[in-house]
Design a protein around this ligand. Structure first.
Ligand SMILES: [Cu+2]
Length: 75
């Protein structure tokens, strides 16, 4: 554990089927300013967004929607 607190928000994404879907979400969510790390899997439908500040839920959900998918926060 580092001393700087990391915040991770997890989402269940509906509609991803392949690597292109993952890339589309990665690109849109990656454009949100303080995002540090993105894990996304079409196989599990899971999206995890890590930042040094609390993750902006509305921005993530809007970005996923922009990419053409739907997400709900799961953690
Ligand atoms: Cu795809």
């Amino acid at each position: 554990m580092s001393t700087a607190a990391e915040h991770t928000a997890e989402y269940a994404v509906t509609g991803m089927s392949c690597g292109h879907c993952e890339a589309a979400i990665r690109e849109e969510v990656g454009a949100i300013a303080p995002v540090k790390r993105i894990e996304v899997s079409a196989a599990t439908g899971r999206l995890a967004v890590t930042a040094d500040a609390p993750v902006d839920d509305a921005a993530v959900l809007a970005a996923v929607e922009e990419a053409g998918y739907e997400a709900v926060r799961t953690r």
